[in-house]
Design a protein around this ligand. Structure first.
Ligand code: F6R
Length: 624
């Protein structure tokens, strides 16, 4: 939520900052701004800034019209997802101190900003925006005026702020320094040759360097061409970051020939799932986690599992409940992370909390993790972002290896979360003593075969696109999704994708619930997408959903069924069928979710929506 970039070095500062913002735009895109410090020869340094409501392109248009004969020596840039104050030029970052000597950008929420603003206003400070950020700019300006040391000033300001924040600042008369601070909000450092970067994530600077430093909680970092990088705690004590090397390159952050990142990421799913599974099953058939600060006995002592997550990751959690309960016989609850800690859940040392988060930074999930840890529960996280906060604070971690996901709507992250969740379920089953040893080893074989089947689904998506275009042409204003068992979370996910991308009313239901109310939504021609389980095995489920299809058809619905190949019964009842390869029911979401992603992307495209950056959304939601 909000993308932040800082740079000091010999390259064109404005180009580096804008390039970084372009790669971070997925974090927020309702306004953007830059502040640049110039050092003209034989004259005093000075600060210039520009900010513009709307996408980054609006800011670029302003900058393109400017005289670029003098290069800045350092700078900061911001792309915003609004929390306090509407998206507008005046609320865009950077914000300036009252004397105009400091420019500051911010990601997060300063919770005590009301009290600080009242205090500053009582002292005669005039506020120019409705943001919480501006208090930090004014406080920093005052502190900087005291001794002209930006790092010391930032340290004193951080001591006064409550909430979650990443701050970056530059000063008009210090052309060689960018200072950053972080609490509960991401900030990484990029190390180049005589140049340094600060950013919300490494995507902003991998075009220039793959050497990075991870910062800890409550740390302040100063980058300068002259003195390099220095890190200290909010308490002023010298500290060190943790160096790491970024293992993906710039090509991974580009569109690779696709028109949108979302289309590229849908197509990357077979590889992403294969990468997530690779090397995770050792030669004895045991599942290997990445970071484990729990003993096998700790795992054996677990008598209850809670899965916490938000949005799409929550849907991955809902699927996982079926798998964990079936394979381990341990009761498993799934809860929206934003609700978890407010209802006082019953947790203790024998509870395992599984936190699922692509970004590893989602504030709702992070707060739920901290609540679980306070109650002494063990936390195992599943995340796509190495070194992010949620994995760092967990007792055990399994990383999905989806690579960077740029499109705001999650696709490959979802499928890799499913793959990782299955591994966690199987790991639990193995550590505790497997009840269904044959089934578990068969499932592992099926998991390994899944990427090939996902590729087959992706090759054959054209009929789904055609169906989506027809819905758009007919002016469809609502789409219902129904499923049973693991098909129910897939229905929820299909509806979420369509809502967020096409801005249509879309809802997912447990198919059996339709008759208890939602069936009244159906009118002549209403599209209903049914996720049909395999007719093999749990055939009872299959019969039941066929009845549900008949119920909605009797009321005029147009039924689009996602079913297993060769399912003649479904073909006889639905208006349109999309067939997926045969798979065990528990693993079927890896296949059935894909046509729903494509359906949403195509329908939204036909309606002229921006599918990579849907309105009002941001990729990494670092506020509660
Ligand atoms: C929807 C989507 C969101 C995220 C949610 C959680 O397409 O991407 O619903 O799944 O914001 O994000 P993470 O997984 O980063 O915690």
């Amino acid at each position: 939520m909000c993308g932040i970039v800082g740079y000091v070095g010999a390259r064109s500062v404005v180009d580096v900052v804008i390039d970084g913002l372009r790669r971070l735009e997925y974090r927020g895109y309702d306004s953007a701004g830059v502040a640049l410090v110039y050092q003209p020869e034989g004259a005093d340094p000075y600060l210039a800034f520009d900010k513009k409501a709307g996408k980054l392109a609006n800011l670029e248009a302003v900058l393109d019209g400017q005289d670029r004969s003098l290069e800045a020596s350092c700078g900061i840039g911001h792309t915003r997802w609004a929390t306090h104050g509407v998206p507008s030029d005046r609320n865009a970052h950077p914000h300036l101190s009252a004397d105009g000597r400091i420019a500051l950008i911010h990601n997060g929420i300063i919770e005590n900003f009301g009290q600080l603003r009242a205090e500053l206003e009582a002292d005669g400070v005039e506020f120019l925006s409705d943001t919480d950020t501006e208090v930090a700019a004014h406080l920093l300006g005052r502190e900087y005026a005291a001794d002209g040391d930006l790092t010391e000033a930032m340290t004193r300001v951080c001591a006064r702020l409550e909430g979650a924040f990443t701050l970056l600042a530059v000063a008009a008369d210090d052309p060689d320094t960018v200072v950053g601070a972080r609490r509960n909000s991401p900030l990484v450092v990029g190390l180049g040759d005589g140049e340094y970067f600060l950013a919300s994530d490494v995507a902003a600077f991998i075009a220039y360097t793959t050497d990075a430093v991870e910062l800890g909680q409550d740390q302040i970092v100063t980058i300068s061409r002259e003195s390099g990088i220095t890190v200290r705690g909010f308490d002023g004590k010298p500290s060190e970051g943790k160096p790491f090397s970024v293992d993906w390159d710039i090509a991974a952050a580009e569109k690779g020939g696709f028109e949108t990142f979302m289309r590229k990421e849908i197509n990357e799913q077979p590889t992403a799932v294969a990468d997530t599974l690779r090397g995770r099953i050792d030669e004895t058939g045991q599942i290997v986690l990445d970071e484990v600060r729990m003993s096998d006995q700790d795992f054996r002592d677990i008598d209850k599992v809670f899965i916490i997550a938000c949005g799409t990751s929550y849907h991955a959690g809902l699927v996982t409940k079926y798998a964990i309960e079936h394979w381990t016989r341990i009761p498993c609850e799934v809860e929206l992370a934003s609700e978890f800690r407010y209802r006082d859940p019953v947790l203790d040392r024998s509870t395992l909390v599984v936190a699922i988060s692509q970004s590893g930074e989602t504030m709702d999930t992070l707060m739920a993790v901290r609540h679980a840890k306070d109650q002494k529960a063990r936390v195992l996280s599943i995340s796509n972002t190495v070194g992010s906060t949620i994995p760092r604070e967990s007792d055990a971690v399994l990383y999905t290896r989806a690579g960077i996901e740029v499109a705001v709507a999650s696709t490959k992250a979802f499928l890799t979360q499913l793959a990782a969740c299955y591994l966690v379920g199987l790991h639990l089953a193995q550590v505790r003593g497997i009840k269904y040893a044959d089934e578990v080893s068969a499932v592992l074989d099926e998991l390994v075969a899944a990427p090939g089947k996902i590729a087959k689904v992706i090759e054959n998506l054209e009929p789904v696109r055609e169906m989506a275009r027809q819905c758009a042409a007919l002016g469809t204003d609502r789409v219902l999704f129904i499923g049973r068992h693991v098909g129910y979370p897939v229905a929820l996910e299909g509806a979420l994708k369509l809502k967020e991308l096409a801005y249509l009313h879309a809802e997912g239901f447990a198919a059996g619930e339709l008759k208890h109310g939602p069936i009244s939504l159906i009118e002549d021609g209403t599209p209903v997408i049914a996720i049909v389980p395999s007719p093999r095995g749990r055939s009872l489920l299959h019969d039941k959903i066929i009845s549900n299809i008949q119920e909605v058809k009797a009321r005029g619905a147009k039924v689009i069924a996602i079913c297993e190949e060769g399912d003649r019964i479904t073909a006889a009842h639905a208006d349109f069928v999309f067939e997926t390869p045969a798979s065990p029911t528990l693993l079927s979401p890896l296949l059935t979710a894909v046509p729903l992603q494509e359906f949403a992307a195509e329908l939204a495209t036909a309606l002229g929506r921006d599918i990579d950056q849907p309105r009002n959304l941001a990729k990494s939601v670092t506020v509660e």
